[in-house]
Design a protein around this ligand. Structure first.
Ligand SMILES: O=C(O)c1cc(C(=O)O)c2c(n1)C(=O)C(=O)c1cc(C(=O)O)[nH]c1-2
Length: 599
C-alpha cells in the first residue's frame, strides 16, 4: 500500500509491527543516546483496561498511535498531538468461550496499517479492517473457526496490496495455514497449508531447486524402533540424502497414527512476525509443531511442520522450505521470526529457533550458511548438518509414550519463544531475548475430539544450568557465535528494539524496562513498570522529540498460569511450576498498560 510505504520511509513512524518489512526491530532515531539515556523519564502512560498478557507494540503513523489489547482485542486510536486523546476506539464483541481454546494466554501481537486502514486479527478468527481515520469497520472476514480450536494471535502483516494472517491451534489438532487477503475488500488472495498435498501447501515445481535435500522423504533412521521406548533416531548421512521428492506434506505422516491421515490434524501453526524482501518478492515465516505432542503416534518427519518457508507474495507459491526439527519430540515450534539482513552484497535470513539453534540462510535460495547452538546446554542434538539442515539427534533426549524423559534442554518453549529479536545494521549484531529453561517431557495417549485440547504430553519446567530462567544476548549472524550475554532472573519474554545510537531496549517479567549498550550489553538505564513485560519495545518521534515505549501486562505462556491462579507444577503445560516465582513480582492477573518515555 502506497500510504504504508510512505509511512515506512519516515523514522518518526512505527508503521509495521517490527518497524520495517525486514523485521529488524531497528530505528534510525538517535536522539536518545548512550550519554543521555540515563535521563529517560516517563512521558505518559495509558491503561488498556484489560488484564492478561499484552504482546507486540502499537503502530504509529504521523500524529496517530493505534494501541491493541489482549482479549477482547480492543483498539484505541490516540492523537499524539493532543495529549493522547482518544480519537476512536473499537470494542469487538467476541464469544468469551474463545478464551478456552487459546493455548498460551489471551494474547494479540498487534495491528497492521495500510491503504487507509488498521487491520486487527481477533482471537476468534475474524480479520477486521477499520478505517484509520474513524475506526468504522470497512470489511471483515472469518479466517479461522474457534469451534474446532482454531484461533489467532498474530499481528496482521500488510505487504503491498495484501494483508497476511495465520492460524493457531496445534494443541487442538487444527490443520494450520498462512493466508493472504486483498486490502481493498478482504477477498482471499491465497492460502497455504502447512501440511497436506503440494497443491494445498502451494509447493511448485521449482521448490528447493538449489537444496533438494531439504525435500527428502526421510532424514532419520530408526534405532531400536524409533517410535517406542528405548528407540531413537539417527540422522541419515548427508551424502545418502538425495531429496527432490514431492508430496511430502502427506507422505511423511506414516502409519500407525492417532488419527487417520494425521496431516489432516497436523498442526503447523503460524503466529509469528513475517519479513518481506521487495527485491525478490519473498515473504518468510515459520510453522509450528506437528499435532499431537506424543511423537510415537505420528511416525515420519511430519512435513511441513517446524519449517521456515520463503513464498512469493503474489502467488503464495513456496520457493524454498527447510524443516528444522523433523519428527518433533519436544514441541520446538518453528514459528519464531525470520530477520533479514544484508552483508557483502548478499541478503541473509536469520532465525533463532525454539529448538536452541540459530540458523542463517541465503535468503533467496535457502542455502544454510550457519547453524549453531545458542547455548551449550542444548542437549537433544549434537549439531545441524549444513548441507541437509538435519539435526543429529541424541538418543538420550528422545521422548516416548508413558516414559518421562528428564533433563531435556531447552524446554518446549525453546531458547526463545514469541519474543522477537532485533538486528542493528550499525553493529551488524542480532539482539535476542533468551529462555534458559529445561524440562521433563512425558508423551501420553490422547484422543482427538474437535475443539477439545489435544496435547498428548505432560511436562514440567525448571531453570537451566546457570540457575536462572533467562537472559539476553548479542550474536554475530554470520557465525551465530555469542558476542555478549546478560543473565536474567526470568525469561526475557518481550521483544527487542535497537536504535542508530547503539542502544538496545527490552523488558522483563519482573517488571523492568531496560536500555543496554548494543556493543557491550552494559546496563545503561532501567525503569520499573506496573506488570511484567511481554510486549515489544518500540520508538517514534513527534515534534522533534524521540519517544520509546513498551506494553506491560504479564502473560503469554510464561505468565498464563499465574494469570489463572494455577499452581500444580504441570499446569499450563509446565509453566505453573517453572515460573512460580513470578507471583512474587506481579499481581495476578497482570494489568495492561502502555509506558512511554522521553528525555
Ligand atoms: O501451536 C499453536 O497453535 C500455538 C499458538 C500459540 C499462540 O497463538 O499464542 C503459542 C504456541 N503454540 C506455543 O507453542 C507457544 O509456545 C506460545 C507462547 C505464546 C505466548 O504468547 O507467550 N503463544 C504460544
Amino acid at each position: 500500500a502506497a500510504d504504508q510505504e510512505a509511512a515506512l520511509k519516515d523514522a518518526n513512524n512505527w508503521a509495521h509491527p517490527r518497524g520495517q518489512h525486514n523485521n529488524n526491530g531497528y530505528s534510525a532515531l538517535a536522539q536518545i543516546n548512550k550519554g543521555n539515556v540515563k535521563n529517560l523519564k516517563a512521558a505518559w502512560t495509558f491503561a488498556t483496561g484489560v488484564n492478561r498478557g499484552h504482546e507486540g507494540s502499537p503502530v504509529v503513523v504521523g500524529n496517530m498511535m493505534y494501541v491493541h489489547t489482549a482479549f477482547p482485542n480492543n483498539v484505541y486510536a490516540l492523537d499524539l498531538n493532543d495529549n493522547q486523546k482518544i480519537v476512536w476506539s473499537y470494542f469487538p464483541k467476541q464469544d468469551p468461550s474463545v478464551q478456552a481454546v487459546l493455548c498460551c494466554d489471551n494474547v494479540s501481537r498487534g495491528l497492521g496499517y495500510g491503504d487507509g486502514k488498521i487491520y486487527l486479527q481477533q482471537n476468534d478468527g475474524m480479520l477486521v479492517a477499520l478505517d484509520a481515520k474513524t475506526g468504522a469497520k470497512v470489511w471483515d472476514v472469518k479466517n479461522t473457526d474457534p469451534k474446532v480450536g482454531a484461533t489467532n494471535t498474530n499481528a496482521p502483516h500488510v505487504i503491498k496490496d495484501k494483508v497476511l494472517t495465520g492460524c493457531s491451534g496445534a494443541e487442538f489438532g487444527v490443520r494450520c495455514f498462512i493466508a493472504a487477503y486483498n486490502l481493498k475488500d478482504g477477498s482471499l488472495a491465497w492460502k497455504a497449508f502447512s501440511t497436506g498435498p503440494d497443491s494445498e501447501v502451494l509447493i511448485g515445481a521449482d521448490f528447493n531447486k538449489e537444496n533438494p535435500s531439504y525435500s527428502a522423504l526421510s532424514v532419520y533412521q530408526d534405532v531400536n524402533g524409533g517410535n517406542k521406548q528405548g528407540g531413537s533416531f539417527k540422522a541419515v548421512a548427508a551424502d545418502q540424502i538425495k531429496g527432490g521428492e514431492k508430496e511430502l506434506g502427506t507422505r511423511t505422516w506414516l502409519k500407525p497414527q492417532a488419527v487417520k491421515d494425521g496431516w489432516q490434524h497436523g498442526g503447523g501453526s503460524v503466529w509469528g512476525w513475517w519479513p518481506y524482501d521487495a527485491r525478490t518478492n519473498l515473504v518468510y515465516y515459520g510453522t509450528g509443531n506437528p499435532s499431537v505432542w506424543n511423537p510415537d503416534v505420528r511416525p515420519g518427519d511430519n512435513k511441513w511442520s517446524m519449517t521456515i518457508f520463503a513464498r512469493d507474495l503474489d502467488t503464495g507459491v513456496a520457493k524454498w522450505g527447510m524443516q528444522m526439527t523433523p519428527h518433533d519430540e519436544w514441541d520446538y515450534d518453528g514459528i519464531n521470526e525470520v530477520i533479514l539482513f544484508d552483508k557483502g552484497g548478499k541478503t541473509y535470513a536469520w532465525h533463532h529457533d525454539r529448538n536452541g539453534f540459530i540458523y542463517t540462510w541465503q535468503a533467496g535460495n535457502g542455502t544454510l550458511v550457519a547453524a549453531e547452538k545458542v547455548h551449550p546446554f542444548v542437549n537433544w542434538a549434537t549439531g545441524v548438518d549444513l548441507k541437509t539442515g538435519v539435526p543429529d539427534k541424541l538418543a538420550s533426549a528422545s521422548t516416548h509414550q508413558d516414559y518421562n524423559a528428564k533433563g531435556v534442554c531447552p524446554a518446549a518453549l525453546g531458547t526463545k519463544d514469541q519474543q522477537p529479536a532485533a538486528y542493528s545494521p550499525k553493529t551488524g549484531l542480532m539482539y535476542t531475548p533468551l529462555n534458559h529453561v529445561c524440562m521433563t517431557y512425558e508423551p501420553v495417549e490422547s484422543k482427538y475430539v474437535a475443539g477439545q485440547p489435544w496435547v498428548g504430553a505432560t511436562l514440567t519446567m525448571f531453570a537451566g544450568p546457570d540457575g536462572v530462567m533467562g537472559g539476553f544476548g548479542a550474536y554475530d549472524p554470520m557465525t551465530n557465535k555469542k558476542v555478549w550475554y546478560n543473565k536474567e532472573k526470568f525469561s526475557a519474554w518481550g521483544g527487542a528494539l535497537t536504535t542508530a545510537s547503539n542502544i538496545v531496549f527490552y523488558g522483563t517479567l519482573d517488571r523492568w524496562f531496560k536500555a543496554v549498550d548494543a556493543q557491550s550489553g552494559k546496563e545503561l538505564w532501567k525503569f520499573q513498570v506496573g506488570s511484567g513485560v511481554i510486549g515489544n519495545a518500540f520508538t517514534y518521534g513527534n515534534k522533534g522529540k524521540q519517544y520509546v515505549g513498551v506494553l506491560s501486562g504479564i502473560g503469554g505462556w510464561a505468565g498464563v498460569a499465574m494469570n489463572l491462579g494455577m499452581t500444580n507444577d504441570t499446569d499450563a503445560l509446565g509453566a505453573a511450576g517453572g515460573y512460580k516465582e513470578l507471583t512474587k513480582y506481579n499481581a495476578a492477573p497482570g494489568g495492561g498498560a502502555l509506558n512511554v518515555f522521553s528525555l
